[in-house]
Design a protein around this ligand. Structure first.
Ligand code: ADP
Length: 130
C-alpha cells in the first residue's frame, strides 16, 4: 500500500521534469514572453543571428584583442558557456555587454549567438544609452 502511493508521484514528477527541460533547451519560442510561462516577465534563452542584434555603443568601446582570441579558442572548443545579455524593445534586439563574446562569434564566422533576452521599454533603452 505504501509502495503504491510513493510510486505514482515519482513517475509524474519525472515526466514533468523531462518536458520542462526540453522546452527550455530546445527550439526557441515563437515570441518572447508568450512562451516563457511567466506571463512575459522573465528572460528567455534564444539563439539570435548576430546581425539582428544592434550594438549602439560598439564604436565607443574597444575590445581587448587577446581576450577575444582566448574566447575564440575556447568557444571553438567547448562552445559558448554563458549567453550574452540582450534587451528586446518592440521586437528590436539591443546588446550592451558581452562585447568580447560577440566579437569572438563574428570572427569565428558563426551566424548566431546564444542570448539571454529580456524585454524592456523605450525608457529602459534610454537608460542604457545615457
Ligand atoms: P564579454 O565582453 O563578452 O563579457 P569578458 O572577457 O568580460 O567578455 O567575459 C567573458 C565571459 O564569457 C565570461 O563571463 C565567461 O564566463 C564567458 N564565457 C562563455 N563561454 C565561454 C567560453 N567558451 N570560454 C570562456 N569564457 C566563456
Amino acid at each position: 500500500m505504501a509502495n503504491f502511493v510513493l510510486q505514482v508521484p515519482s513517475i509524474r514528477l519525472r515526466s514533468f521534469t523531462v518536458s520542462a527541460s526540453s522546452s527550455s533547451n530546445g527550439a526557441p519560442p515563437g515570441g518572447l514572453g508568450s512562451s516563457s510561462g511567466g506571463g512575459g516577465g522573465g528572460p528567455v534563452i534564444v539563439e539570435l543571428p548576430l546581425d539582428k542584434i544592434r550594438r549602439p555603443l560598439m564604436r565607443t568601446r574597444s575590445n581587448d584583442a587577446s581576450k577575444v582570441q582566448q574566447l575564440m579558442d575556447s568557444i571553438s572548443e567547448i562552445g559558448l558557456q554563458v549567453p550574452i545579455d540582450v534587451l528586446e524593445v518592440d521586437g528590436v534586439y539591443y546588446g550592451f555587454s558581452g562585447c568580447h563574446r560577440y566579437e569572438a562569434h563574428q570572427r569565428l564566422g558563426l551566424p548566431t549567438i546564444r542570448c539571454k533576452v529580456r524585454r524592456g521599454t523605450k525608457e529602459t533603452l534610454r537608460h542604457h544609452l545615457r
